[in-house]
Design a protein around this ligand. Structure first.
Ligand SMILES: NC(=O)c1ccc[n+]([C@@H]2O[C@H](COP(=O)([O-])OP(=O)(O)OC[C@H]3O[C@@H](n4cnc5c(N)ncnc54)[C@H](OP(=O)(O)O)[C@@H]3O)[C@@H](O)[C@H]2O)c1
Length: 248
């Protein structure tokens, strides 16, 4: 049976969407969940639905002081799920350095720096499991998503190196790569499209678009001991989108 009893799990991006759902599921499965994001109000609301075991640490992962404060306040971890992410459609010809920094600092740099600092400060227990959230756009680009897709591709590549380097300590790392999931990010994507085009686009999902719970369920499996022989893998979750030869 899948359970996370007694495991301490850090969830970034826990204030909304997939991260909030992961935090709730891990708590339901018995874990001690540490929730982090920038919005104290949203984190407090998510925590109010969790058990007393859960803890909130407010941090902007792109702010050096807040980042270091987060690392300092963490206990040893059995699991780390990096859900923090940012999407901002931008045509390639208008990209400036600041746009690259904005996307990469959250989607990639914070994942690398958290992983590195957690290892250096010995905050991963032997047997710990790390899950990074990528996106199918890492493999299958969309118009205006060059920075987002590139940041997720790099994240996947980093995750596989992390898995290789830390396997001797039985520390695992895997990637979950979803297509569209109904969160705030979904609304932002929807707003970037003409309504009819968007309806047509989502009609190509044979199983419909995803729910945060669908992604959280897979992440819970990857955090659990049931997946102890799985590392360096990407699990694509797309409701059958890529099977559909009629999509355009
Ligand atoms: N929804 C989708 O369709 C979809 C599809 C594929 C992949 N994904 C990926 O799944 C992950 C979760 O996405 P979601 O849909 O749940 O998005 P979301 O609801 O917009 O959540 C994003 C989270 O990231 C946090 N965050 C953003 N900037 C941050 C910063 N500088 N420091 C700390 N935390 C920060 C936000 O919290 P605060 O604002 O409180 O800081 C929020 O909790 C992302 O990595 C995303 O790329 C989503």
């Amino acid at each position: 049976m899948l359970n996370l009893k007694g495991k301490t799990i850090l969830v970034t991006g826990a204030s909304s969407g997939i991260g909030a759902c992961v935090a709730k599921l891990c708590d339901d499965l018995g874990a001690n969940v540490i929730l982090t994001a920038r919005s104290k109000a949203k984190l407090t609301e998510v925590k109010s639905k969790l058990s007393e075991r859960s803890q909130v640490i407010v941090a902007d992962l792109t702010d050096e002081n807040e980042f270091q404060n987060l690392i300092l306040n963490l206990t040893a971890l059995d699991g780390f799920v990096h859900c923090a992410g940012k999407i901002q459609p931008f045509p390639i010809k208008f990209i400036k350095q600041k746009h690259i920094d904005e996307i990469f600092s959250v989607n990639l740099n914070s994942a690398i720096l958290l992983s590195s600092n957690l290892l250096k400060s010995k905050k991963f227990k032997n047997g710990a499991s790390v899950v990074f959230i990528s996106s199918i756009s890492a493999e299958f680009p969309y118009m205006g998503g060059a920075l987002y897709s590139a940041s997720k591709s790099a994240l996947e590549s980093f995750a596989r190196s992390f898995a290789l380097e830390n396997a001797s300590m039985k520390i695992r790392a895997n990637i979950v790569s979803p297509a569209l999931v109904k969160t705030e990010m979904f609304e932002q994507t929807k707003n970037a499209y003409d309504e009819a085009d968007f309806e047509k686009f989502i009609s190509h999902y044979p199983l419909g678009v995803g729910e945060p719970q669908d992604v959280a369920n897979t992440i819970a499996f990857l955090l659990s001991d049931l997946s102890k022989w799985i590392t360096g893998t990407t699990i694509r979750m797309d409701g059958g989108l890529l099977l559909n030869s009629k999509r355009d």
